[in-house]
Design a protein around this ligand. Structure first.
Ligand code: GDP
Length: 138
């Protein structure tokens, strides 16, 4: 069973959307293998998004991830990485397909409600960045 990493971002937590997003996740057949709420610091957000450090939006992105609590998730499903990217929708909600989380809940490109790993190596790094082995119950 493949694992992927997801974040319910501060904009969605602030609008009380945790339940609605988890409902979509479970309805699509994902199992929640681990879940926790956290308040990221800038240093933690910068380490997490290190691949984007040369991008012009890096500072805005890391700041927005620290604007309030997040929910961190390890999700399991056959083909979980691709399936979660599909359920999230396009990065820019204006381009997201009907039925996706970003289409339904995102505010704009920055406040786009959810994060998801984009490849197996990224998923492995991101899961281990926030969770220890003993916190993940397959
Ligand atoms: P994702 O994998 O779909 O989340 O997209 P990326 O990995 O390309 O970008 C990471 C995150 O950076 C996105 O989810 C957005 O929140 C944010 N982001 C991407 N492009 C921009 C941009 O041009 N401006 C701002 N402010 N944020 C951006």
């Amino acid at each position: 069973m493949e694992q992927t990493f997801a974040i319910i971002k501060p904009d969605a937590v602030e609008r009380n959307l945790i339940g609605k997003i988890l409902e979509k996740i479970e309805t699509e057949g994902f199992r929640v293998a681990s879940i926790k709420r956290a308040l990221l610091t800038v240093l933690i957000a910068e380490g997490f998004y290190h691949v984007h450090k040369e991008r012009p939006f890096f500072k805005d992105l890391t700041k927005s991830m620290c604007a309030g609590p997040v929910v961190l998730l390890v999700l399991e499903k056959e083909g979980a990485i691709k399936a979660w990217r599909k359920l999230m929708g396009a990065t820019n909600p204006a381009e997201a397909d009907e039925g996706t989380i970003r289409k339904e809940f995102a505010v704009n490109l920055e406040k786009n409600s959810v994060h998801g790993s984009d490849a197996p190596e990224t998923a492995a790094f991101e899961i281990s960045y926030f969770f220890s082995q003993t916190e993940i119950i397959s």
